[in-house]
Design a protein around this ligand. Structure first.
Ligand SMILES: Nc1nc2c(c(=O)[nH]1)N[C@H]1C(S)=C(S)[C@@H](COP(=O)(O)OP(=O)(O)OC[C@H]3O[C@@H](n4cnc5c(=O)[nH]c(N)nc54)[C@H](O)[C@@H]3O)O[C@H]1N2
Ligand SMILES: Nc1nc2c(c(=O)[nH]1)N[C@H]1C(S)=C(S)[C@@H](COP(=O)(O)OP(=O)(O)OC[C@H]3O[C@@H](n4cnc5c(=O)[nH]c(N)nc54)[C@H](O)[C@@H]3O)O[C@H]1N2
Ligand SMILES: [Mo]
Length: 784
């Protein structure tokens, strides 16, 4: 790739990039490579000194050597710190003071950078020019400092005061023919209090158009758990992880994306628990780790295994694999009555006989073919499951982002039910959520399909008349914008342009809008791919002090295991012109709803007031203000954990879905899109993927060596990738480099968000409406 650089104005312009921003070239996401691409399979333990070294580099690069370590010591404290804005893994139950990880540190430092994007920057660079920069370069400019409005005459963003910015949004919203012409996106970082105000604003306006990142993430898990158990969340907490006999870890790259899970895995191994990893790739968490906060281990380079068995199903093969395990357990129950928990099945479940019959009918040949795993290995897994008194199944996107994601999560529950692995210590389903507060967002009302009970309570407590018609999710919003049906888009955090599927289509959709509003901390692609009018509204990050009329405010968040606790920022804000997210929402709400009787400004003076209202509306938030101030916060009651099932039958319901056909057609491959180690969704820290042995390369595709040989490909050979959508349309990424990798035949993998170019907008699951980001049907050929 050729680059030119005049040495003055920031990052180089790339000959291959698209400076008009109008074309459909794949986005250039990562930084300029720092050298030749390298691939050396990684053989070291996860975390440990490799992680420590990487942290050191980030601290130096961001110039945060003084503040970084100080902030890190305040992160995830049981009292008075801020919640790590990284992943949603829960804090240590013992209130451990150094339960931190490499990627959490990168995340915090990223927010605390001393670099700034001010009005001079926008005056110097037009939007057209910035459109040619990589996403890395955009975010690397630092923190946004004041509200900016797009000026089409000059093609530059220009400063605007908050009052006028709010009035611009207010006027646009007031001018719509219907409130359903607006959509309000949430990225999972938003705190609970802001979340509540945000959904209140949307519903007071009259729409349930509340798309969120969870529509691309764990929508399937929520729907499946609701159907099977009556509530859409996992039932276990970290204490259960500490007590369990067997952990089944499916479809998650924990060492990169939930690194604090490594501590739990090492601890489980040391006490003799079985740990089975189910993943087409043997990820670093499925090998061994050096626990980062265990100073002796660090000093002695002492690593602990984090796996007792690894299975590599084909992409999409999990459901068949689970069915096989269930079939084996049921077979065994013929001679071994203890294989099943009969009493549990009789008292708490329904549909067992039909499920048993279905397992009996499903042949081993079909199970082996669809899962891509040998019968022997499935039997081995079944033995682990049978021998454990208490089992936990944990999963993430490798399970959820599929056509049959809901059926697969329900199959996980089916398996757990067979041995009564629910409602007791050390047992149950445990989804690993993504963003730090994505679960809290849903709990606090970000839901395009709200329940009637929720709406009734909201109506009563807030004296509004909320709409009952379901709203748009993420894909629905993109399609509606594209048709011209949604004209105002508000992004409360996140990077919608790049995170959503079908990049060129999503770009067109955003460009069709009358107004796009992005509430953000850093410059990103969604500011450059904008509507006819556009605003950038910069806000406080989680590490920063949120001073309001009644003093410094804290916000609450909910982790993957339903623990709600306070987060208190302590850093001086990146700029005196930043507003908190609740204040931004209140400003928009007042401008859009001038006669609203909701006390928007009064709420923002003191977040306790928001919490008092939330306590009236949300189940499990009774006495919110007191309980959230307990040292570790509180756990939201999960009825299924108490064996109370809010299902139609009042019992846990077995599902009996047929196995889907996931075997790729001859000549095609199933491609999964995923994160590298050095990125946070659309935020890229470097071109390296340490645990997969990759340096200086993001435009790659991991392939099985036999699939490569069949196509005449050698390591680093350039390839063209073509996806075929359900509707037959084709999409391309050219010039990617093939990397031979330990992945089952017929499977391939590469990085999001670049590969969203291959994901057709219409290719979402009919069960969950989730885009099929882990199962893209592709052909891969030597580059033309
Ligand atoms: N550092 C860091 N942490 C993060 C994030 C980040 O970008 N960076 N993102 C956050 C967010 S929003 C989320 S949702 C989570 C995502 O966390 P992950 O779910 O770990 O995300 P991915 O990188 O998409 O990795 C998917 C994993 O599933 C596997 N997989 C792919 N297809 C299949 C399949 O068919 N079956 C099985 N069993 N496995 C499969 C892949 O090999 C890979 O290990 O992480 C959160 N934490
Ligand atoms: N192909 C493919 N696509 C995917 C996925 C995949 O696996 N494959 N995964 C999907 C998933 S699971 C997710 S969650 C989405 C992620 O989608 P998003 O959540 O939309 O994207 P992020 O990259 O996390 O958003 C980063 C931006 O958030 C802003 N930001 C950071 N901190 C704050 C804050 O405190 N407040 C505010 N207001 N803004 C802040 C910054 O401006 C930053 O640029 O991507 C989805 N897209
Ligand atoms: Mo996510």
């Amino acid at each position: 790739m050729t680059t030119t650089h005049d040495g003055r104005d920031g990052p180089p312009q790339r000959a291959g990039s698209d400076p008009t921003g109008e074309g459909t070239d794949p986005p250039h996401v990562g930084p300029d490579p720092q050298g030749e691409p390298h691939f050396h399979p990684y053989h070291h333990p996860a975390a440990g000194w490799g992680a420590a070294k990487s942290v050191g580099k980030v601290l130096v690069r961001e110039g945060a050597l003084v503040d970084g370590p100080r902030a890190i010591m305040r992160m995830n404290h049981e009292n008075g710190g801020f919640d790590c804005p990284g992943c949603a893994w829960p804090d240590d139950t013992k209130g451990l003071h150094l339960d931190i990880c490499e990627n959490g540190i990168k995340h915090v430092t990223w927010e605390m950078t001393p670099k700034r994007v001010g009005r001079d920057f926008f005056a110097a660079h037009s939007v057209t020019e910035l459109s040619g920069w990589s996403d890395f370069d955009l975010e690397d400019q630092g923190r946004l400092t004041e509200p900016m409005v797009y000026d089409p005459e000059s093609d530059h963003y220009a400063p605007v005061n908050w009052h006028d910015a709010f009035e611009t949004v207010g006027r646009a919203l007031r001018g719509l023919d219907s409130p359903n012409q607006a959509a309000f996106y949430t990225s999972g970082r938003l705190g609970n209090e802001a979340t509540f105000l945000y959904q209140l604003m949307a519903r007071e306006l009259g729409t349930n158009n509340l798309p969120d990142c969870s529509n691309m993430c764990h929508e399937a898990s929520g729907r499946a758990l609701t159907a099977s158990l009556g509530t859409g969340k996992g039932t276990v907490d970290l204490k259960d992880w500490e007590a369990t006999d067997a952990l089944f870890i499916m479809g998650v790259n924990a060492a990169s994306n939930a690194p604090r899970m490594l501590t739990a895995l090492a601890e489980a191994y040391r006490r003799g628990a079985q740990i089975v990893h189910i993943n087409p790739l043997v990820e670093a968490a499925a090998t061994r780790t050096i626990v980062p906060h265990d100073f002796t281990d660090m000093a002695l380079l002492k690593s602990t295994p984090t796996s007792t068995l690894n299975l590599q199903p084909r992409i999409g093969g999990d459901m068949a694999l689970l069915r096989g395990v269930a079939k084996a357990v049921l077979d065994q129950s013929g001679t071994d009555p203890k294989a099943l928990d009969r009493e549990f099945l009789d008292r708490h479940t329904t549909g067992f006989d039909a499920y048993r019959a279905l397992c009996e009918e499903t042949s081993w040949a079909e199970i082996e073919r669809q899962s891509g795993v040998d019968r022997d290995d499935i039997l081995k897994t079944a033995r682990v499951y049978r021998d454990a008194d208490r089992s936990i199944v944990s999963w993430c996107l490798g399970v959820s982002q599929h056509e049959h994601g809901v059926d697969t999560v329900r199959e996980i529950v089916n398996l757990l039910l067979l041995r009564g692995n629910l409602g007791r210590e050390g047992a149950g389903p445990s989804p690993v959520r993504g963003h730090s507060n994505v679960q809290g967002n849903r709990t606090c009302g970000i839901d395009h399909r709200p329940t009637e009970t929720f709406l009734e309570r909201l109506a009563e407590a807030c004296e509004i008349d909320p709409p009952h018609e379901h709203g748009l999710d993420t894909v629905g919003t993109v399609q509606a914008m594209h048709r011209g049906d949604v004209k105002v888009f508000v992004g409360m955090g996140g990077n919608f342009a790049l995170a959503a599927p079908d990049t060129p289509y999503t770009y067109e959709a955003l460009r069709t809008c009358d107004l796009t509003v992005q509430v953000s901390t850093k410059l990103n692609r969604s500011h450059l791919v904008h509507g006819r009018r556009a605003l950038i509204l910069p806000c406080l990050g989680r590490t920063e002090k949120d001073q309001q009329r009644h003093g410094v405010q804290s916000t609450s968040v909910e982790d993957s295991m339903s623990m709600v606790h306070l987060s208190l920022g302590m850093k001086r804000p990146a700029s005196p012109h930043l507003l908190s997210e609740p204040a931004v929402i209140a400003g928009i709400a007042r401008a859009a709803l001038p006669d609203s009787s909701t006390p928007w400004e009064w709420y923002v003076e003191d977040y306790d007031r928001i919490r008092d209202t939330m306590a009236q509306v949300l189940d499990g938030f009774e006495d919110f203000n007191r309980r959230v101030r307990l040292p570790l916060g509180f756990r939201i009651k999960q009825p299924a954990r108490e064996l109370v099932f809010l299902t139609p039958s009042g019992r846990a319901e077995f599902s009996t879905a047929p196995l889907p056909d996931v075997v790729p057609a001859p000549g095609t491959l199933a491609l999964g899109t995923m994160r590298s180690h050095d990125q946070w969704n659309t935020t890229i820290y470097s071109d390296n993927d340490r645990y997969r042995g990759i340096e200086n390369l993001r435009t790659l595709v991991f392939m099985n060596k036999d699939d490569m040989r069949e196509r005449g490909l050698a390591e680093f050979d350039p390839v063209d990738i073509t996806s075929t959508a359900k509707d037959g349309s084709r999409r391309h990424l050219d010039g990617y480099l093939a990397i031979p990798y330990d992945i089952p035949r017929g499977c391939a993998a590469g990085y999001m968000p670049e590969m969203n170019v291959l994901c057709a907008i219409g290719d979402f699951s009919t069960q969950s409406d989730q885009p099929l980001m882990k199962h893209v049907k592709v052909t891969i050929e030597p580059a033309a």
